[in-house]
Design a protein around this ligand. Structure first.
Ligand code: CIR
Length: 256
């Protein structure tokens, strides 16, 4: 169960962040509205939400997931792979250090790079995507740190997705949502893979929060499949975050 979440309000320069999408510029008013609804949804799931103030220095700073890995035993500050995002870690360190009782806050150090979006937890095992943002050195540092807290780790070779969780997410009950890129990977064959079709790939990034499955709005085939499997679904309009390559998981750090 999760008790807390950290989010950060999108800044006015949000539209100047990194993106590979060609969906046009986000509308800032809509960004704020969608972010507020995201916070409401986390609260509905029972989380205490710590909202960090806007930071105009970093257009992508609302995507807090990339800056830390947090679980019931430890907190690890990352070294984000994109140069424009490296400084985002300072306020996240402060937020974790000042408000929660972690014995020690660990760090991924250069030349290691790592984005939280590449890290997927399933029970006591972490899958670490080797992406354009997370290099082998960063992944090895993380595996060593997590290993010292009793977690096991696997590295996942990646070819296409920006982040591992852009295309692969664990939604409980042994179920993995997966796009084509990961569905045949031997690492995941012990799970029940729910394949997300090409035209709904964005919806592979769903988050399971205390029994609710939060999914992006408008992906009806996947919604139908998940409804039949009895998931309790909360749908959120994510159109403006999608324009900047951001999904549901990226917008918060969730932890016990
Ligand atoms: C970036 O390219 O870094 C941001 N525009 C989007 C980050 C999305 N984060 C994530 O998938 N964890």
């Amino acid at each position: 169960m999760f008790k807390s979440a950290i989010v950060k309000k999108p800044c006015k320069k949000f539209s100047q962040g990194l993106t590979t999408s060609s969906l046009g510029l986000p509308d800032y008013e809509m960004v704020l509205e969608q972010h507020a609804n995201y916070i409401k949804a986390l609260r509905k799931c029972g989380l205490e939400v710590h909202i960090l103030e806007v930071d105009e220095t970093y257009p992508d700073s609302t995507f807090v997931e990339d800056t830390a890995i947090v679980n019931e035993k430890c907190a690890i500050i990352t070294n984000p792979g994109a140069p424009s995002r490296k400084g985002e870690v300072h306020t996240i360190f402060e937020a974790l250090n000042d408000n929660y009782n972690f014995e020690k806050i660990e760090r991924i150090e250069a030349p290691g790079t790592l984005d939280g979006g590449d890290i997927m937890r399933i029970n006591n095992c972490y899958y670490i995507g080797l992406s354009s943002r997370t290099n082998k050195e960063g992944a090895s540092q993380l595996a060593k740190i997590l290993g010292s807290y009793g977690f096991s780790c696997h590295f996942v070779e990646m070819k296409e997705s920006l982040h591992l969780k852009s295309g692969l997410n664990y939604i409980g009950d042994n179920c993995l949502l997966s796009i084509d890129e990961f569905k045949d990977n031997p690492l995941f064959q012990k799970f029940d893979i729910i394949q997300v079709e090409k035209d709904e790939e964005y919806a592979a990034n769903c988050i399971l929060v205390n029994g609710y499955l939060i999914m992006p709005k408008g992906y009806n085939n996947l919604k139908e499949t998940l409804t039949k499997l009895n998931f309790i679904i909360i749908e959120l309009d994510m159109s403006e975050f999608k324009k900047m390559d951001g999904g549901l998981s990226c917008l918060s750090l969730r932890f016990p």
